[in-house]
Ligand binder design. Structure first.
Ligand code: FAD
Length: 392
């Protein structure tokens, strides 16, 4: 009988894994289980929030994967039975597997910001999962009066997309500068340091002086309390009543990973970083944001790279062969202005069982505007390439 792989979650990691398994070994039966018929990428969602792209431009369907022979099932996985080797869905279907790949992304820990909850996310969007949430935050900014205050509560480490909150801050500030010049953005941040900090702060000084203010833990502390009705955030630095409030709460591995006992006490999934097979449930592989992947950040490019390593390992294992020595890559572009971006790039290898960076770099601090404009063009082609790579 054909070997069966069941993939839980059709996001960046899951879609890429489905695509590449079919390419590596078309004899493997690949079933991808994902509740949504459309996937909105979080990457480039900050451009939508900043009014620079329509929401439609970040929407993708599963038609390409279906054409490649992936069995796409729209349902939610509610249990993974590692002993019986099957998954169960909300509609009561059972899918048997030889190997299972889980790429459920993140679960938001709403209570990490006191007073915040899933019920409040329509009034106070996190926009850390793209689609409806992206549209809500964009609309609130459009409807805000000039002179309004935007407040962002940034998350503690580790979280999805380390430069993401700061790219968002840049593009919100750009929107305010263009359309509501009397307005301001305050970032309340529980972290001392953040990704590409030097590049972001230089860009803010240059483009958004007097518009963005970031209060770190030395001033604002690390504990935030929100009054949902008045959109007021309390912290060590005082009370901030927002016109538009964006709370990005702490995070952990997607709920199904917790339910299937794939997580450790901190809420993330320990894996053999060579094949991404769970250290807790044999035969189940975890990739993407949910996994603990050494020095790799929780990014879309990282999820895509891990998916290829994992798919290749599974294709070999199912054919009685040993997995190859992997290499992993990541590049994260961040827009600092509509036509300017900065980036961080790295190549990784496995060293003593841990994914370690072996080469990489950052946009130089003294990069000319021409280079920053070129990086923005690279970012756009990266988007086209990765979405084609994910969805076939
Ligand atoms: P996801 O892509 O979130 O996919 C998870 C999927 O699993 C979802 O479709 C979900 O519906 C499904 N799912 C969950 N539970 C179940 C279940 N029980 N049953 C079935 N399906 C389930 N990364 C970059 O590389 N570059 C960027 O520029 C970038 N920008 C970003 C900007 C923002 C604002 C944000 C928030 C993130 C950004 N990222 C970026 C990060 C990137 O989006 C994530 O790292 C990436 O999506 C992780 O992929 P994943 O497969 O782990 O999770």
């Amino acid at each position: 009988a054909a070997k069966k792989v069941v993939i839980v979650g059709g996001g960046t990691g899951g879609a890429t894994a489905a695509h590449y398994l079919r390419r590596y070994d078309p004899s493997i039966e690949v079933t991808l289980i994902e509740p949504n018929k459309e996937y909105y990428t979080c990457f480039f969602s900050n451009l939508v929030i900043g009014g620079l792209r329509p929401l439609d431009s970040i929407r993708h369907t599963y038609d390409g994967l279906a054409k490649r022979g992936v069995k796409v099932v729209h349902d939610t996985v509610t249990a993974i039975d590692g002993a019986a080797k099957h998954v169960v869905t909300a509609s009561g279907q059972k899918f048997a597997y030889d190997r299972c790949i889980v790429s459920p992304g993140i679960e938001l820990v709403y209570g990490g910001v006191e007073g915040y909850s899933a019920d409040a996310e329509k009034a106070i969007p996190h926009a850390w999962k793209a689609g409806e949430q992206t549209a809500i935050l964009a609309k609130q900014l459009q409807e805000m009066p000039d002179g309004g205050l935007v407040v962002m509560v940034a998350p503690p480490n580790p979280f999805r997309c380390p430069p993401g909150p700061y790219e968002r801050a840049s593009l919100i500030a750009n929107y305010l500068k263009q359309h509501k010049p009397k307005s301001k953005l305050i970032i309340l941040d529980p972290k001392e340091k953040f990704s590409k900090q030097g590049l972001f702060t230089a860009a803010w000084k240059k483009h958004y002086s007097g518009i963005i203010e970031r209060l770190g833990p030395d001033f604002a502390g690390t504990k935030f309390t929100v009054d949902v009705k008045t959109k007021t955030v309390k912290c060590d630095a005082g009370e901030f009543k927002a016109d538009v409030l964006n709370i990005i709460p702490p995070q952990r591995a997607g709920k199904i990973a917790q339910v299937a006992s794939l997580t450790d006490e901190k809420g993330w999934c320990p894996v053999d970083q060579h094949t991404f097979e769970s250290k807790l449930v044999p035969g189940v592989h975890v990739i993407g944001d949910a996994s603990i992947a050494g020095k790799m950040p929780k990014s879309g490019y990282a999820a895509n790279s891990q998916a290829k390593v994992c798919a290749m390992a599974i294709a070999l294992l199912l054919n009685g062969k040993d997995p190859l020595k992997p290499a992993y890559t990541n590049t994260c572009y961040s827009f600092v202005a509509p036509d300017q971006a900065v980036s961080v790039a790295a190549v990784y290898e496995l060293k003593n069982g841990t994914i370690e960076e072996v080469a990489g770099g950052l946009t130089p601090a003294d990069a000319s505007e021409a280079i920053l404009r070129r990086e923005a063009e690279y970012a756009k082609s990266w988007y086209n390439n990765i979405t084609a790579d994910m969805f076939g």
